[in-house]
Each structure stands twice: as structure tokens, then as C-alpha cells.
Design a binder for this molecule. Structure first.
Ligand SMILES: NC(=O)c1ccc[n+]([C@@H]2O[C@H](COP(=O)([O-])OP(=O)(O)OC[C@H]3O[C@@H](n4cnc5c(N)ncnc54)[C@H](OP(=O)(O)O)[C@@H]3O)[C@@H](O)[C@H]2O)c1
Length: 283
């Protein structure tokens, strides 16, 4: 539930927000909050049916008639397809105020079962799938000397754990890019945010569970599964405060501990892994 004070303020009034990966999960909830707070959105994803469903849901939250909810069906890893579609959108509506990049997935699997293609696919979607919309919109932001880029990483963007060999490097990569954008775009009045969500109850998470090694389930029992709307609210509030890093739920505590006492955090994480193996009769 969005804070009453924020709803009254309507901080996204007359703002245009592009949300990649906005048809389900965290992206959809983020788009819903933008609209509730007065903004217009364009959601981008591949599946047209899901996009249409999401547009209906998001549109029902409009607070004023002049708000719009648009959709673009496109794979964000395909520069040659996305560029003309976004250019057309900008010609129609003007330069967006925010780009919020949610596109991403985790393919959880034992490392011995992974192929080079699995690594390339995950990097392509999670890194290039967020980079490409940035590359398309950045020249407009730089010319206008304003703009906001918010990218979604994960707790896997600062700590590596078993079962996520293809995912973790891709989430570190988007953090690395955001680090550069944060600094280099300052003179252009372009802000950058990076979100580090813990596990969230989304369609993406359900899919991830289909291949996840048993050890991961045992390790994750200790963590709290957050609802995407809770994370979306923290994300939106952080963006409005122009926070560079946003750590929802336990992500903050673990980040701090990992910075202060890395060896101890690694020791605990390794212990959890070994205990999980013991529970499965592997040790
Ligand atoms: N759920 C978690 O536990 C968790 C934890 C930490 C971080 N995250 C990160 O949070 C973000 C959102 O995750 P989620 O769980 O909400 O995912 P989700 O429910 O699977 O939603 C992903 C969205 O991205 C779209 N998408 C995926 N690949 C795309 C592509 N190549 N081009 C365009 N659109 C694409 C999907 O639609 P189409 O499939 O129709 O294209 C959908 O709209 C991801 O970056 C994920 O890595 C998730």
C-alpha cells in the first residue's frame, strides 16, 4: 500500500516512465505505482497477451484522464527491433522522464549441468536486455540534460551463491554499468539507481524454482519471500529520493554485514551450503 502522503503529492504527475519487463512481477507492480502517483507509463515485454492484461490492470489505476498506459511488445535484447519502436514512441509522446529496467531471469542449476549457451543467454537478457534500452534512450536524456535510469540487479549482484552460476555474473554486470552511469552522467543531470531485491513471489521466481537445485531450497528456507508490490513500493520511494542504491528487506542487512565482515558472512553461507548437502545425504 502506497503511503497516503505520496498519493496526495502525485510526484509522477506529467511524467513519462518506460518500464521494461513491465507485464508481470516487479515491473508490473512498479508501473502500477507510477500510475497511481500520477504518471504515464509504457511497459515493454515480449508476450502480447500478458502485456494487454497488464495494461488493463494498470489503466484501471489512472487518477487523471490525461495519463496514458502504452505497451511495446519487443525483446529488449534486440537493438534493431527496439530502437525504431522506442523512437516512434518518443516522437509521439516526447522524451520520457524515467527508464526503469526490470528485464531479467534466473536459471538456477547445478554448474555441471550448464552449457556455455546457458551463460550467454542469461548474460544477454540480464545485462544486454537492460543495456540496450539505456543506449537507445540515453542520447535523448543527454540532449535534454535530464533523465533517470533505474536498473534492477539482485542480492546476487553483490554475493555469489551455489546454483546461480549464470545469474550472478549478469547481476554483477548490471551493477558495474550502473556504477559508471552514476558518475559519468552527473554533469548531464541524469540520475541512476540500482535495486538489489531479495527473493520475491513472482512468475519469474516460480519458473526459477522449476530447475533450482535442492540445496538452494534448503538455504532459502531462512530467508523471507517478499511480495513484489512491497519491493516496488520501496523501489519507487527510493527513486523519488534519488537514492543510488536500494536494498529491500534483508538485502540491506546482508549487504552491510558483507561489507563489514566478509569472511564471516562467507563462512556462514558456506556452512549453510554444507549443512544442506548433509541434509540431502551428499556429505
Ligand atoms: N523474483 C525474484 O526473486 C527476484 C529476486 C531478485 C532480483 N530479481 C530481478 O527482478 C527483475 C524482475 O523479476 P521478476 O521476478 O518480477 O520477473 P518476471 O515475473 O519473470 O517478469 C519479467 C518481466 O520481464 C519481461 N521480459 C523477460 N525477458 C525479456 C526480454 N528479453 N525482453 C523484454 N521483456 C522481457 C517479461 O515478459 P515476457 O516474458 O513476456 O517478455 C516480464 O514482463 C529481474 O531482473 C530479476 O532478475 C528477481
Amino acid at each position: 500500500m502506497l503511503k497516503e502522503k505520496l498519493i496526495k503529492k502525485q510526484p509522477f504527475e506529467r511524467k513519462i516512465v518506460i518500464v521494461t519487463g513491465g507485464s508481470t512481477g516487479l515491473g508490473k507492480d512498479t508501473a502500477k505505482y507510477v500510475v497511481q502517483l500520477g504518471g504515464s507509463v509504457c511497459i515493454i515485454a515480449r508476450n502480447v497477451e500478458n502485456l494487454k492484461k497488464a495494461v488493463n490492470e494498470i489503466e484501471s489505476l489512472k487518477v487523471k484522464d490525461d495519463q496514458f498506459v502504452e505497451m511495446i511488445s519487443c525483446d529488449t535484447t534486440k537493438m534493431e527491433q527496439l530502437k525504431p519502436l522506442l523512437t516512434e514512441f518518443i516522437e509521439k509522446y516526447g522524451i520520457p522522464d524515467y527508464l526503469i529496467n526490470n528485464v531479467g531471469y534466473a536459471y538456477a542449476q547445478y554448474i555441471e549441468n550448464l552449457t556455455l549457451e546457458d551463460f550467454k543467454r542469461n548474460m544477454n537478457v540480464n545485462y544486454y536486455g537492460q543495456l540496450i534500452p539505456i543506449l537507445i534512450i540515453l542520447p535523448y536524456f543527454m540532449k535534454a540534460k535530464k533523465g533517470y535510469i533505474a536498473n534492477v540487479s539482485s542480492m546476487s549482484g553483490y554475493i555469489g551463491t551455489m546454483g546461480f552460476a549464470t545469474y550472478v555474473p549478469s547481476k554483477f554486470a548490471i551493477v558495474g554499468l550502473s556504477e559508471v552511469l552514476r558518475q559519468e552522467l552527473k554533469p548531464y543531470n541524469i540520475n541512476c539507481t540500482i535495486l538489489y531485491p531479495p527473493a520475491m513471489d513472482t512468475p519469474g521466481f516460480k519458473k526459477e524454482n522449476e530447475t533450482k537445485p535442492k540445496e538452494c531450497f534448503i538455504i532459502e528456507e531462512r530467508g523471507k519471500l517478499l511480495q513484489p508490490e512491497v519491493v516496488a513500493e520501496i523501489f519507487i520511494e527510493g527513486i523519488l529520493k534519488k537514492k543510488y542504491q536500494i536494498f529491500p528487506g534483508e538485502a540491506k542487512f546482508i549487504w552491510r554485514m558483507y561489507r563489514l565482515i566478509p569472511r564471516y558472512v562467507r563462512y556462514l553461507a558456506d556452512k549453510m551450503y554444507i549443512n544442506a548437502r548433509k541434509e540431502l545425504g551428499k556429505e
